[in-house]
Design a protein around this ligand. Structure first.
Ligand code: PA5
Length: 489
């Protein structure tokens, strides 16, 4: 099987002059690279640290066949019985599923029955508090033909919780008391109100609110190969193929040598350009409509993993177990700002700024070697005559790469032989490992997201949630938003 390739020619000074990296720059941080590698190796191989620090995702490609077969079977059963499946979840409990849906299923999947191959229509909700989408969906779906999968690791996320309460009520009213048999829950094995709901429901009827455990030590945005598996099974993707791609990439990403490890190379080059050439913005541009949602998934991965206020402080216990803390004495406010775009649509949009705006960006292209389908322009004497869409797409990508390089703007290209389950699995793992390694180089905790808490706390405070710490409540009460009408026109 041909593997994913990473082309980083245009990150180097021989392509983009002073805005690029030189071999000496890499040599200069070789000690840091080595240190980062040995540290990652140490925590990955140390079971208890790995789980507590949220690094268990690195083992997901190696999951037990028996478990995978049972999920695959469950997905087939649900697919056979229902016309529609709604997935409720947000952030890491949504973006990986959406990425898989758009990459691995044909466009217009919901619209045309032959494309679905006897699989249900798929809807994603609970990823926003916009009343317009959920209300329209529930008004138009047949509840008796609809299955719901609720995904929330914490079981407490407002968007998912609210959507589940609404959907539950809709099912109760329209399906009757056994509605819980058409609901599946993926959540923490022990904690959270969603787990409590599952236990309550199953006490009365063990087929109600059936559930899969989320693995301990797998954070939301690194969890597609865990919480996304049932979705893959329902839409008919062979999970083992996805995991096999991820596994092959995982093996590659264990190598210490930068020139044999594409994820490390990606991380090192981006780190160097960020730290020393002020390339603060990361534009991700797949030249494939189906991979646009994978770019959105990567945006979350990068933003939540590396966008950090504090440096990481590592405490090691006597028996060598690590604990990662925020070093409040070291404010970094670090992390590249990710922007998700899509070729060729955004060549008529963001690309103008990429080429002529501030030279503070690195563009990551994702290029597909071989498309699953083809469209040909008829031969009629035009320059486009007889050309295939995939030929034009590749040319557009090459042209964009050239245009950026000519202006001294760095870019790199991840080359996907084809958007198959195998290569998509490899693509996701590549970005996960690259992000984790960049976190090591920046010395931040790439597996938490403390910045997301403050908006949640504000909402909880205003909603009157019991148990909010007094300091948090006072911080909100004493520093309200300023809304002077003089400044509102
Ligand atoms: O990466 C993360 O951990 C977050 O983006 C979460 O996935 C997101 O906040 C949703 O959380 P939960 O799955 O607990 O509802």
């Amino acid at each position: 099987m041909e593997s994913l390739r990473f082309d980083f020619n245009n990150m180097f000074s021989f392509s983009v002059g002073d805005n690029g990296v030189k071999d000496e720059d890499i040599a200069q941080i070789s000690g840091d690279i080595q240190k980062a590698h040995s540290h990652m190796e140490k925590v990955f191989t140390q079971g208890s640290s790995r789980i507590r620090l949220g690094l268990e995702w690195a083992n997901l490609p190696y999951q037990d066949d028996k478990l995978i077969n049972s999920i695959q079977k469950l997905g087939d059963e649900i697919a056979k019985k229902y016309d529609n499946v709604i997935f409720l979840g947000i952030g890491g409990s949504y973006l990986g599923l959406k990425a898989a849906q758009d990459a691995l299923m044909p466009a217009y999947f919901n619209e045309f029955a032959p494309l679905r191959n006897k699989r249900p229509r798929i809807y994603f909700e609970g990823n926003n508090l916009d009343p317009d989408t959920l209300s329209v969906l529930l008004k138009n779906l047949n509840p008796k033909k609809t299955f719901t999968v609720v995904i929330s690791k914490s079981g407490e996320t407002i968007e998912t919780k609210a959507a589940f309460m609404v959907v539950e009520n809709w099912l109760k009213k329209n399906v009757g008391k056994n509605y819980g048999r058409a609901v599946f829950v993926i959540t923490d094995p022990e904690g959270g109100s969603l787990r409590k709901r599952v236990l309550q429901a199953q006490e009365k009827d063990n087929l109600s609110l059936r559930s899969l455990f989320l693995l301990k030590g797998v954070g939301g945005r690194y969890s597609e190969f865990n919480m996304g598996l049932l979705h893959l099974a329902i839409i008919g993707v062979t999970i083992k193929e996805v995991l096999s791609g991820a596994k092959d990439m995982a093996e590659k990403c264990k190598k210490e040598d930068l020139y044999q490890n594409p994820a490390y190379m990606y991380a090192v080059l981006h780190y160097l350009l960020y730290r020393f050439k002020s390339k603060d913005i990361s534009v991700i541009m797949p030249f494939s409509q189906g991979l646009k949602s994978s770019a959105d998934w990567y945006v979350q991965l990068l933003a939540e993993s590396l966008g950090k206020k504090y440096s990481r402080k590592i405490e090691v216990s006597n028996d060598g177990i690590e604990n990662w803390l925020q070093d409040k004495a070291k404010v970094l406010n670090t992390g590249r700002t990710p922007i998700s775009t899509c070729g060729t649509s955004d060549l008529h949009s963001v690309q103008q700024n990429n080429i002529e705006g501030k030279n503070n960006k690195v563009v990551t292209f994702i290029k597909v070697d071989s498309f699953k389908r083809e469209v040909k322009v008829l031969a009629n004497g035009d320059i486009l005559s007889g050309k295939s869409y995939s030929e034009l797409m590749k040319l557009a990508q090459e042209a964009t790469e050239w245009a950026l390089a000519r202006e001294g703007r760095p870019s790199c290209t991840v080359i996907v032989p084809e958007v198959s389950a195998y290569h998509w699995g490899a693509l996701l793992f590549f970005f996960e490992m690259a992000t984790a390694f960049e976190g090591e180089l920046l010395n931040v905790n790439a597996f938490d997201q403390p910045g997301v808490e403050s908006y949640k706390n504000y909402m909880y405070y205003k909603l009157g949630k019991p148990g909010i710490p007094q300091a948090t409540a006072e911080g909100i009460k004493n520093k309200p938003l300023i809304k002077d009408s003089k400044y509102i026109l």
